[in-house]
Design a protein around this ligand. Structure first.
Ligand SMILES: [Zn+2]
Length: 297
C-alpha cells in the first residue's frame, strides 16, 4: 500500500460480487439507505461541489441508457448505484440547483471518495457503450450482475469490463529527469512518458521498450512504485522509476512533439510556480505523483 493519495483510487466499496442476483439487486435498490449517483452522456449531476444523489426508487420510470442501473457496490450498509439518464432535462429536473459536469472538471474539486466512485461509474458505463455486441458472434449481449458483466444470449460467451494496462515512467539520469509532450497538448505542458503494455511483456519490459521507442534512450532498473485507475475511458496506470544509461534524445515524432531533460531544481520550482520552463501535470495525475516522489527523494 502506498502512502500516496491517488486521485480516482480509494473507493470505499465492497463490490458485493456474490450478492448480485436479480432478487438481491432489487432488495438493495429498495433499501432505505440506498443511493444513486446520476449521469448523462458521461457527465455527473452535481450540487454545491459534490455529487448529487437520490434513492434509486425515485428514478423508476426515467429514460435510461443501456445497461440500466449499475450497482457499484456496498459502502458499509449503503447500496450504491449509478444511473445514466438519456435525457438532459430529466436529469437536471431531479434535484433543484444541480449542474452536469465532466469528471475531468471534478477531479480537482470532488472529495476523494466521491471522485473514486465517479471514476468507477464512468469506466463501467463507457465499457457498456463500447461493448453492446458480442465480440465472438456479433449478437447483442445482455447486462448481468448489476452491470459488471455482459453475456451473449446466442453463444453464451461472458464479457467482462476491460481495463487497459499502461506504464508511465519517471526516467532519471542523476539529478535530471525526462519529460515529453504530446502533439495536441496545451502549450508548455510536459509529463512523464507513457505507453500501453503489449501482449507477452512484463510491466518492466514495457517500460524499457516504450522509452526507447519514444525517445531512443536506453533505461535500466525499471522499478514499480504505485498505480492509478484512470477513467478515460478505463486504464490502469502503473507508475515506475527507471534509470537512463544514455541521454541523447531521438524523438518519435508520431508520438511526441518534444522531449526535454529537466533538473530536480527546475521541477521543484515548477511545482512551486516559480519557474515556467514547463507546465506541471495536474495533481490528480499519477505523473504529478511520480514527479513529487522523485523531487522529495
Ligand atoms: Zn455471442
Amino acid at each position: 500500500m502506498s502512502e500516496t493519495a491517488m486521485a480516482f483510487a480509494g473507493a470505499p466499496l465492497d463490490l458485493a460480487e456474490n450478492q448480485r442476483s436479480t432478487e438481491q439487486l432489487t432488495a438493495f435498490s429498495k433499501a432505505r439507505k440506498a443511493q444513486a449517483l446520476i449521469m448523462h452522456h458521461g457527465q455527473f449531476l452535481t450540487k454545491n461541489g459534490t455529487l448529487a444523489t437520490l434513492p434509486p426508487m425515485k428514478l423508476v420510470g426515467k429514460h435510461l441508457y443501456d445497461p440500466g442501473p449499475l450497482f457499484l457496490g456496498l459502502d458499509g450498509n449503503i447500496p450504491l448505484f449509478a444511473f445514466s439518464l438519456a435525457q438532459e432535462d430529466e436529469a437536471l429536473d431531479l434535484v433543484n440547483g444541480t449542474a452536469l459536469e465532466p469528471i475531468r472538471n471534478l477531479a480537482l474539486t470532488l472529495p476523494p471518495k466521491e471522485l473514486a466512485l465517479a471514476g468507477r461509474a464512468k469506466s463501467l458505463f463507457d465499457w457498456h457503450r463500447a461493448h453492446k455486441f458480442c465480440a465472438m458472434c456479433g449478437k447483442e449481449s445482455q447486462v448481468q450482475n448489476g452491470g459488471v458483466t455482459r453475456k451473449c444470449p446466442s453463444c453464451n460467451t461472458d464479457h467482462f469490463p476491460r481495463v487497459n494496462p499502461v506504464v508511465i515512467m519517471l526516467v532519471a539520469n542523476g539529478d535530471n529527469c525526462l519529460l515529453g509532450r504530446g502533439p495536441e497538448w496545451p502549450e508548455g505542458a510536459y509529463s512523464c512518458l507513457a505507453g500501453f503494455v503489449s501482449s507477452g511483456e512484463t510491466v518492466e519490459e514495457a517500460c524499457v521498450r516504450e522509452v526507447f521507442e519514444e525517445v531512443g534512450i536506453h533505461v535500466q532498473n525499471p522499478t514499480y512504485k504505485f498505480s492509478q485507475p484512470w477513467p478515460f475511458p478505463s486504464q490502469l496506470m502503473m507508475g515506475l522509476f527507471c534509470e537512463a544509461t544514455t541521454t541523447e534524445i531521438t524523438l518519435d515524432k508520431k508520438e511526441l512533439a518534444d522531449a526535454i531533460w529537466v533538473s530536480k531544481d527546475t521541477v521543484r520550482a515548477a511545482f512551486d510556480g516559480t519557474d515556467t520552463t514547463f507546465l506541471c501535470p495536474p495533481p490528480f495525475t499519477i505523473a504529478h505523483q511520480l514527479l513529487k516522489k522523485w523531487i522529495e527523494a
